[in-house]
Design a protein around this ligand. Structure first.
Ligand SMILES: O=P(O)(O)OC[C@H]1O[C@H](OP(=O)(O)OP(=O)(O)O)[C@H](O)[C@@H]1O
Ligand SMILES: Nc1ncnc2[nH]cnc12
Length: 174
């Protein structure tokens, strides 16, 4: 059986020079890789008491939904600006390359609900920090964030001090 790290393909200088792109499609397109990724992420939630899984468009959906389904929890999508049809709250944030704006439906989380954030990767931590602000803006409590991959050299964790953050694969660089 292969290790999860072996399923990730790394592409240099994509989408910009100097970026090493950790490609999740190579994990997804292998049935064993897909199983292993979801099982290992889900393991990080063992015995955790929580109400909702939240994940960002688009790669966060890929892992968030099966984990929510397996654990019989609801899934709340955080989408890029302009995609959600009902009343939203939004936030602008910076990425490893570029900037973006995320939105969430206002009625998606009730005050006091315990939220787990799921995404494929934490780089600068900008996306995750933005998600935490959206969840907390609705009165939710972020009890954990789980990532398949972490680019530790970009110090995303430092933006999430005081939160429980875990990753399955940790790359020491960026
Ligand atoms: O820690 P950060 O520096 O914020 O970067 C991590 C985020 O960047 C990627 O998403 P991206 O915004 O590229 O969108 P995508 O999932 O639609 O490709 C990735 O899936 C994370 O959500
Ligand atoms: N280096 C990287 N590889 C894959 N996805 C990313 N999202 C932000 N930085 C990334």
């Amino acid at each position: 059986m292969k290790q999860i790290e072996e399923y990730v393909r790394s592409i240099e200088d994509f989408p910009e020079e100097g970026i090493i792109f950790r490609d999740v499609t190579s994990v997804l397109q292998d049935a064993d890789g897909l199983h292993l990724a979801i099982d290992l992420m889900q393991e990080k939630l063992k015995e955790l008491d929580f109400d909702i899984v939240v994940g960002p468009e688009s790669r966060g959906f890929i892992f968030g939904v099966p984990i929510a389904y397996n654990l019989h929890k609801p899934f709340v999508p955080i989408r890029k600006k302009g995609k959600l049809p009902c009343e939203t709250i939004g936030i602008k944030y910076d990425l490893e390359y570029g900037s973006a704006e995320l939105e969430m439906h206002r009625d998606a989380i009730k005050p006091g609900q315990k939220v787990v954030i799921i995404d494929d990767l934490i780089a600068t931590g900008g996306t995750n920090e933005a998600m935490v602000k959206l969840v907390e803006g609705l009165g939710g409590v972020v009890v954990k964030a789980v990532f398949l991959m972490e680019l530790a050299g970009l110090k995303g964790r430092e933006r999430l001090k005081g939160y429980d953050v875990e990753s399955v694969i940790c790359y020491p660089g960026k």
